[in-house]
Design a protein around this ligand. Structure first.
Ligand SMILES: [Zn+2]
Length: 325
């Protein structure tokens, strides 16, 4: 349907957007065709949903542990714009079908650690938000699948601190972050404006209103988005994997706080609790742990990957063999 063929109510409803040269009738039509997902468990849903609904995003899919608890917010958004679709579903429902056809996912619940791998693989851009102890409301995003120079969320991970969502500034930063996320979503869908949200963390000081922006850098050894980058083997040094070998493991263990030989002891105990054939992903420090842990595991008959860089620390994959010697 061309914009001209729309009902007069359509032009009237969106007149303040259609009048903008960056949006116009075509942009407004594009928004009406867009499908955007929101993972919501917080008050921040109110501002984000209302702005996206008001802007005329055609389909808004919500994922919430108990959609009945956000029924009032959904009713408010439907009242604001009865011409769009709002589709709530439960967080424990199937994720694949929920993601299918999404053009953008907005994480309002610090859920990105569970979602960003699948979004990256499915080529769905992901926006997320958090606040910090200094009262800054932050947003950032990842569409690293498009461009290996862009960081994904695992390259430069935002902090995850759900308790902070209940702090005194919560109401204010959630309002600020919600409107900014909605704005970035519209900018992305229409390909307009500054695209800094994809390689920066964009902050706003809740008390002063001062903006802040911090570059987020691509990590060449990122386990989610890294491309193979061959590195020469150096004699006498631990041989490093050229690219992370692991996308998924059955279990994960962080031994960066341990010293040798407790590093190996903890790995050994963890492996004992696992079934044969399962894989354990380990995060360890350089120096002694990096020299000792892989070697000792190999000596004991486990299948061990070459280690890879993880932003100054190291990753390692161990497979529990049926009969380690
Ligand atoms: Zn990455």
């Amino acid at each position: 349907m061309t914009p001209d063929a729309r009902a007069p109510e359509w032009a009237e409803r969106y007149s303040r957007q259609i009048i903008l040269k960056e949006i116009g009738g075509q942009g407004q039509t594009r928004l009406g065709e867009a499908v955007v997902g929101l993972v919501a468990d917080q008050e921040i849903l109110v501002t984000t949903l209302l702005y996206l609904a008001g802007a005329g995003i055609g389909t808004l899919r919500l994922r919430h542990p108990d959609p009945a608890r956000i029924a009032a917010t959904i009713a408010w958004a439907r009242d604001l714009n009865p011409t769009i679709r709002i589709e709530p579903s439960r967080t424990d429902g199937p994720l694949d079908s929920w993601l299918a056809g999404l053009e953008l996912l907005i994480d309002l619940d610090q859920a990105w650690p569970d979602l960003h791998r699948v979004c990256h693989a499915a080529r769905i851009p992901l926006l997320t938000t958090w606040s910090d102890a200094d009262g800054l409301a932050w947003i950032t995003g990842s569409k690293a699948y498009l461009d290996p120079a862009l960081p994904c969320l695992a390259c430069a991970p935002p902090p995850v601190n759900r308790s902070r969502l209940a702090e005194p500034w919560a109401g204010l930063w959630q309002g600020l972050a919600g409107t900014r996320l909605a704005t970035e979503a519209i900018k992305y869908l229409l390909d307009i404006g500054d695209a800094a949200v994809w390689d920066h963390a964009l902050g706003l000081d809740v008390t002063s209103g001062e903006p802040d922006r911090r570059a987020r850098r691509n990590n060449p050894a990122c386990p989610v988005c890294a491309r193979p980058t061959p590195r020469p083997d150096t004699p006498g040094m631990t041989r490093m994997a050229t690219t992370p070998l692991v996308r998924e493991a059955d279990a994960f263990l962080d031994i960066t706080a341990d010293t040798c030989p407790m590093t190996f002891v903890r790995v050994k105990l963890r492996l004992e609790s696992m079934a044969s054939g399962q894989t354990l992903r380990i995060r360890l420090s350089g120096g002694e742990p990096l020299m000792n842990v892989p070697r000792t595991l190999r000596d004991q008959g486990f299948k061990v990957s070459d280690p890879w860089n993880e932003d100054g620390l190291f990753g390692l994959l161990v497979e529990k063999t049926s009969d380690p010697g």
